[in-house]
Design a protein around this ligand. Sequence first.
Ligand SMILES: C[S@@+](CC[C@H](N)C(=O)[O-])C[C@H]1O[C@@H](n2cnc3c(N)ncnc32)[C@H](O)[C@@H]1O
Length: 388
Amino acid sequence: MTGGREHPMLPATNHDEYAQTRFLLTFKNYIQNELDPLDKELVEKVVKPAYEQQAGRPAQASKDVRKLMEAEPFHQFWLSSLRHQQDLMWDNVADSVDRQLDELQEKFHRTETPLGNLRLNPDMEIPSYISAFDNHRMPGSYYTELADDDLRAGALFDGAAALYHVNRNGGTMNDARGWTMIDHIETRFPDLGAPRRVLDMGCCVGQSTLTYCEKWPDAEVYGIDIGAPLLRYAHARSERLGRAVHYSQQNAETTDFDDGFFDLVVSTAAIHETNRPATQRIFDECHRLLRPGGVMAHLEVPVRYADLGVWEQIRADWESQVNNEPYIAGMARLDLAAMAEKSGFRDVAAGYHWQVPGFIPGRSGFETEGGPNGTLKIGSWYMVSAVR
Ligand SMILES: C[S@@+](CC[C@H](N)C(=O)[O-])C[C@H]1O[C@@H](n2cnc3c(N)ncnc32)[C@H](O)[C@@H]1O
């Protein structure tokens, strides 16, 4: 049984694993549809008025009400429900990955390379913003290797991605970020045309990367990441899906490609895992790697503290403080457009691009304003893009 996880590298689920997957999807929806509104009501009706009485001014940010919220039993229940569903998700996928790990490793060893290639660098230092903790509570994170040619982290990430996004990010291919990136490039930079060389920074298992191969079949597509197990899996996955990608293990802050080698350099959901100095170095590196007139674009989670109400900030804080995504809160406060200009880019813009394929009827394209009344702009991704 594939349980809806359908491509040649994805570990299949057996009956019990699939039943648990269905439970977890229901649990995630229950939290979003039932518990989130109650937690928000608690902030609006109980905690904000209590704060105002105590402080003599209205609460303006999540930090104002954090202590009061954490003393509330319902909020404690909400916090731990979110944490448990995240941990159960990794456990669920790990069960099917570990049951089939030998088979997956065997698939990697049998992967011939008629299309793309794989270049690993065991001497590459994992940056501390990745190595210091297990990102989004994924046991072992992106880089842990327990055996020769280990690809477990890649299989774990790929197996969990659709579940994490409640199937809204392109289903089992999890490639909506890539299609959204393409739509953004076509919307903002129609004169770029079909790029000859594309670099995907923080490509992970290549979910977004493959959309660039599909969209621009004549382009040379490159993917870099810090995690060797991800890249082994990405390589085997791409080859089995018939796509040519040149994967290499590199830190996006400093790569070994020549100056001006690329027409387009992109990343999807990678910047929020780095810190401020690293983000600036990545923008500098994009500038170095692009030919004059080439385009840089980074797609991010649609979380901007300046655009969010108090409860929405509390939800974003959960990602940072509980879900081991400590740099989201920083990235969501950075002026990414100013940083791109500092790296020498022109025609810089930052804003929200509606996801492709979308799941909010009637919403498409690029907009600079946030959601109404401080709500999260669900169904969009935050973009910063610019011309070299
Ligand atoms: C959440 S995943 C995003 C995956 C993929 N881009 C997508 O859209 O599905 C973030 C990826 O960025 C990678 N990453 C973080 N910092 C990096 C850096 N400095 N250089 C290269 N990759 C990095 C991580 O290893 C991870 O694979």
